[in-house]
Design a protein around this ligand. Structure first.
Ligand code: ATP
Ligand code: MG
Length: 245
């Protein structure tokens, strides 16, 4: 059975969607069958980070309703073991049938090694929808105090939900800025109260790749792309060094 991974944060804009796409493409490059699902109902943009258009892509609610099968998820044109479901535009996350969503994810686990769920910002229904069935949670924070505080709060909500496998990804790290703040990555982990899965540098290629409608890993090899490849390996149980740790 495939593994369900939710990519969450407390604060918005920390890089969930960018990292969901980067990690999903890295897992596919490493030979895994991957489905990524945009759970940001009404504000979807995972297609852009994947370097594709969601024109013609089925939404996860169309699969939930039983009108289509999970095998009809859109294949990525470059990474042939990567598939994509978009979020519906014309409803709110409150309208999503949680039981049907869980059943769809259960079916997906027979067809994919990894299913990545890109959550919306905040700790409301979209957050719980993505977290509810996940066996592993990647909580994305920036190195700034507001993002770290919100990550801690999100970690507490996940603990109340009974989620044990929660790991922190610190995104947009600029070594000099973090040092000037008098902080180490250990301090960030302590303040967020969560163990670390990875550190991703602040990298303008992230913005440029999206602007040129290319997947990050097809656009560049170093920086944030290399960090996504290392995180994908750790998810697959292959230990890799965490730079800066
Ligand atoms: N490591 C990085 N380096 C530079 N820019 C980044 C990095 N990660 C993300 N960004 C940029 O930050 C912005 C927000 O990223 P993204 O949309 O992935 O965040 P999000 O957490 O999904 O936001 P939301 O909460 O609105 O869903 C985007 O412009 C993205 O290109
Ligand atoms: Mg997003």
């Amino acid at each position: 059975m495939g593994e369900l991974i939710a990519i969450l944060s407390g604060k918005g804009g920390t890089g969930k969607t960018s990292l969901c796409a980067g990690i999903a493409t890295a897992l596919a490059q490493q030979g895994e069958r991957v489905l990524c699902i945009d759970c940001d109902v009404g504000l979807r943009n995972l297609d852009i980070a994947l370097g594709i258009s969601d024109l013609g892509a089925l939404s996860f609610t169309e699969i939930c309703s039983g009108s289509y099968s999970i095998q009809q998820a859109m294949p990525h044109p470059v990474y042939n073991s990567l598939y994509f479901l978009t979020a519906p535009l014309n409803c709110t996350s409150d309208a999503v049938d949680i039981q049907a969503f869980g059943e769809m994810l259960y079916r997906a686990q027979s067809h994919f090694n990894y299913i990545l769920l890109d959550a919306p910002a905040g700790i409301e229904r979209g957050f719980t929808l993505a977290a509810r069935f996940a066996g592993r949670v990647l909580l994305v924070t920036g190195p700034d105090p507001a993002a770290i505080r919100d990550a801690r709060r999100a970690g507490e909500v996940l603990e109340l939900m009974g989620k044990g496998n929660v790991r922190l990804i610190v995104n947009r790290v600029n070594k000099k800025t973090v040092a000037a703040m008098g902080m180490t990555v250990d301090d960030i982990m302590d303040q967020a109260g969560l163990p670390l899965l990875g550190i991703v540098p602040d990298d303008t290629n992230m913005v440029l790749a999206a602007a040129y409608r290319q997947p990050l890993l097809g656009y560049t090899r170093g920086g944030a792309a290399a960090a996504c490849r290392r995180i994908a390996k750790r998810i697959r149980g292959i230990p890799t060094r965490i730079p800066m740790k």
